[in-house]
Design a protein. Structure first.
Length: 420
């Protein structure tokens, strides 16, 4: 649903714009100066249509929430601020939205049913197996890091762990298929970049990557139905809640979600946390003094500090009031998680990286409500195990300056040199 332009034509845009990609090409520190001003003076602002590369905007503007309070309010009221009409900043064709979003792009009641089914597949035995796999993967990745001595940290460490975890977790054993899946997962998040697009239109790159991953997920489901194994995908095929099972299309869509969301967020959290621990050696030393006692609290600060997913958006389902403004049904509301995680009203000295920060009500996994990240426990396992290995076994690791990809969704590091 889109609100008619005449309902909004007289509404002026905010003088501090966060809508164009030039803004998102700035450093996180430069963006924070704008967010800080918006949080202080107008935590809900009316902004120009959000700039993207897939298709022209179909709306006249978007509400942008920058405060922790408003992000939480939006997240916890899905009946008023829904996800089923899109969750990214820019316009996305409906067929791509449905396939790529899995339950991220669903509303009640189907959303709750889907989450219950997927959650039921993560049995205690399966979770323990996943943790053992992550421990082994982290050790072997650092083994190779210590042998190579220098290179690109993203390629050598950050990218490898989440992709390895995901594809071992689902039982994708064929190395060639793993490489194909990783390639398509990159296409899902890097379709706007010429080195990935190779002369193709962004929508073509995204479509090819999306439907290739979807097909792989469905093919794997068919294999597990015929030949069950001790893995997550077998559980997904077999699980049943209240007489309902997942369809092949839903399982395929979940494979897309795992390949993209489970990869990109953890990849960038590893890269940027490793850099933060180098920039703040006192925090690194503090963590090493009592790793087992401090790592759980530290991980929450890792996520707050990095804010790997910077934005999500919702669609207003009915006329309502938010932050003192009247919002119309059909309007978009964008949540800036990276701003909410620096909110001075919630965090003491938010500009300080503090691994002992407690409590730490960050919105790095979402602002609460039914769409809170259900894979957060896997991400925390990965962060715990990879930093256990890096901090204890690679004390001389040094990183160079990261090269970022420009975008308004994920805070993505393209490359970052390292040496030992």
């Amino acid at each position: 649903m889109t609100v008619a332009p005449d309902q909004r034509a007289s509404r002026p845009y905010d003088e501090l714009s966060v809508s164009d990609l030039a803004f998102w090409s700035k450093s996180a520190e430069e963006r924070e100066e704008t967010f800080k001003a918006l949080r202080r003076e107008r935590p809900l602002s009316w902004q120009p249509p959000l700039e993207g590369a897939l298709m022209p905007p179909q709306n006249e503007g978007v509400w942008v929430a920058t405060s922790h309070e408003l992000i939480t309010e939006i997240s916890k009221n899905p009946d008023i601020f829904c996800s089923g009409q899109g969750f990214q900043f820019e316009e996305v064709p409906d067929e791509i939205l449905f396939t790529a979003g899995s339950f991220l792009g669903m509303d009640a009641p189907r959303h709750g049913s889907m989450r219950r089914l997927v959650s039921a597949a993560f049995t205690p035995k399966q979770v323990a197996k996943i943790h053992d796999q992550i421990k082994d993967q982290s050790k072997r990745i650092v083994d190779e890091l210590l042998q190579t001595k220098e290179g690109d940290f993203v390629t050598a460490v950050s990218k490898r762990l989440p992709m390895w975890t995901i594809y071992e977790m689902v039982g994708l054993d064929d190395p060639e298929k793993r490489e194909q899946a990783a390639h398509h997962a990159d296409g899902m998040v890097s379709w706007a970049y010429e080195e990935v697009a190779g002369g193709r239109e962004p929508i073509q790159v995204l479509g090819e990557a999306l439907f290739s991953l979807m097909a792989m997920g469905m093919e794997l489901a068919a294999e597990r139905r015929a030949h069950p194994k001790n893995d997550l995908w077998t559980n997904l095929v077999q699980v049943e809640v209240d007489g309902t099972k997942l369809t092949d299309e839903e399982i395929g869509s979940f494979f897309v979600l795992l390949s993209v969301a489970g990869n990109d967020t953890t990849r960038n959290s590893i890269s940027l946390t490793t850099r933060a621990l180098q920039q703040f050696p006192d925090q690194r030393d503090l963590l090493l003094q009592d790793f087992d006692g401090r790592i759980a609290t530290a991980i929450e600060e890792f996520v707050r500090w990095v804010s790997p997913v910077m934005t999500f958006r919702r669609t207003v389902t009915q006329d309502t009031t938010l932050g003192g403004f009247d919002l119309k049904a059909g309007e978009w509301v964008a949540m800036i998680y990276s701003s909410g995680n620096r909110d001075e009203k919630v965090f003491d000295r938010p500009e300080v990286f503090d691994i002992t920060r407690n409590p730490n009500p960050h919105v790095g996994f979402g602002g609460g409500g039914p769409h809170y990240c259900m894979g957060n426990f896997v991400a925390k396992m990965q962060l715990r195990e990879i930093f256990d290995q890096l901090l204890h076994r690679a004390p001389t690791l040094r990183l160079g300056e990261p090269e970022y990809l420009t975008g308004n969704f994920v805070r993505a590091v393209k490359t970052m040199p390292y040496n030992l």
